[in-house]
Design a protein around this ligand. Structure first.
Ligand code: OGA
Ligand code: NI
Length: 341
């Protein structure tokens, strides 16, 4: 189903038919309540063992948590949000110059999720970038707004450092050596999705992003501080993760679920729309190197009996990523294709 950008600058008064979900697959927004006890982790804490324990609890129970005092500068964050807003406020003609629905392109502006594969479209436009190594990709990035490259370079570099801090905590929280995960992941790739969800005339009939898990290792999400929309699935029920003004939302992707032998969960999440305000989010994805072999850490499955084996078979990230993009977003969990028999 073809779809073109929906951030046209004028409000939509009706929802085009290609966005309408079947009755069995709608968000039921009035059944969703905010998540109580959503972990908020203060990274400035000097009590390492408590931090590690908080990470363990959050990753095994929710697969999601928020971090504050994360050392990404406030100016860096404000700059990122404002340049992203400016970008999506540009004219449709200017934006269409960057449009592509080919998922293999490293820089592209697109819409929905994977328009060539999906039957129903999603109420989202997004700019997708590769951010590491920056020098390899920055020349492809948008040159409008003029400050884009500088602002996004700085943001990407600072967020990468935050990602490494969290990966070290994750290793320790599984009882592994501090750098275990970073070593396994190799020279990590970094992608960004700048998501823009225009006001939607019928939020009950469609999604911004339907339920999915993230295929990468770790996701660091910056949400518009004033507009709600992110929801996560806990024990079969959807909960809203409303923005905290100073926090990033962190979630475990499929690769940490595999590497932790399923102890940590790559949890289903989705974005819903509203009628009032556009919503912006900036997702940074840390990804294993293409050649990294994803193999559940031995101490997490090996026992004295010889018959034990890990839940997932070994595979390379390149193999996984290809499988992920060959599917529709809301199919079965992609990791299920990599179970050991
Ligand atoms: C994503 C994602 C959620 C949001 O980009 O993978 O889950 O709130 N985004 O935009
Ligand atoms: Ni996601």
């Amino acid at each position: 189903m073809a779809a073109k950008l929906i951030s046209t600058g004028s409000r939509h008064t009706t929802l085009p038919e290609n966005y309408v979900r079947p009755l069995s697959d709608r968000p039921h927004l009035s059944d969703v309540s905010p998540l109580e006890n959503f972990p908020l982790i203060d990274l400035s804490s000097t009590d390492r063992s408590r931090l590690v324990q908080q990470i363990h609890q959050a990753c095994s129970r929710f697969g999601f948590f928020q971090v504050i005092n994360h050392r990404v500068g406030k100016e860096t964050i404000d700059g990122m949000l404002s340049v992203a807003n400016e970008f999506f406020s540009m004219s449709i003609e200017e934006k269409m110059k960057l449009y592509s629905d080919d998922p293999t392109k490293t820089t592209r502006l697109s819409t929905s999720f994977n328009v060539k594969k999906e039957e129903v479209n999603n109420w989202r436009d997004y700019l997708r970038l590769h951010c590491y190594p920056i020098s390899k990709y920055v020349h492809e990035w948008p040159s409008n707004p003029p400050s884009f490259k500088e602002v996004v370079s700085r943001y990407s570099a600072e967020v990468r450092e935050l990602g490494f801090i969290i990966e070290e905590l994750i290793s320790e929280s599984l009882g592994l050596e501090k750098y275990h995960m970073r070593k396994v992941l190799g020279e990590q790739g970094q992608h960004m999705a700048v998501n823009y969800y225009p006001p939607c005339p019928e939020p009950e009939l469609t999604y911004g992003l339907p339920a999915h898990t993230d295929p990468n290792a770790l996701t660091i999400l910056l949400q518009d501080a004033t507009v709600c929309g992110l929801q996560i699935l806990i024990d079969g029920q959807w909960f809203a993760v409303n923005p905290h003004p100073d926090a990033f939302v962190i979630n475990i992707g499929d690769q940490f679920q595999a590497l932790s032998n399923g102890i940590y969960k790559s949890v289903w999440h989705r974005a819903v729309t509203n009628t009032e305000k556009p919503r912006l989010s900036v997702a940074s994805f840390l990804c294993p190197a293409d050649c990294a072999v994803i193999s559940p850490a031995k101490p997490l499955w090996e026992t004295e009996e010889d018959e034990t084996k890990p839940i997932y078979r070994d595979y390379t990230y390149a193999e996984y990523y290809k499988k992920f993009w060959s599917r529709n977003l809301d199919q079965e969990h992609c990791l299920e294709n990599f179970l050991n028999d």
